[in-house]
Design a protein around this ligand. Structure first.
Ligand code: SF4
Ligand code: SF4
Length: 77
């Protein structure tokens, strides 16, 4: 099963909690401001993410989501 990690730039207030709690050091704070004038978190090393959901649980603004990616198989009929 594949997963996808997404940070909503426009919800993130750049508090840095997710960066601090990530056990794999995946996240960093961007140097680009978002639409609210905050510096949002982003996945600097997405290949290291193990989809543990710790960052999602910690985010006070519910800016991070992890979704299952359904791999569709072509019908061979
Ligand atoms: S899901 Fe886990 S490993 Fe991935 S960015 Fe969040 S805290 Fe880090
Ligand atoms: S915990 Fe949430 S609001 Fe704080 S930096 Fe991470 S994504 Fe942004």
């Amino acid at each position: 099963m594949a997963y996808k990690h997404t940070i909503d730039n426009n919800l993130c207030k750049g508090c840095g909690l997710c960066v601090a709690v990530c056990p794999k050091n995946v996240l960093e704070i961007s140097d680009q401001v978002n639409s609210m004038g905050y510096f949002p978190a982003y996945q600097a090393r997405p290949e290291d993410c193990v989809f543990c959901t710790t960052c999602c649980i910690m985010c006070p603004d519910v800016a991070i989501t992890i979704t299952k990616v359904v791999e569709e198989k072509a019908d061979q009929e």
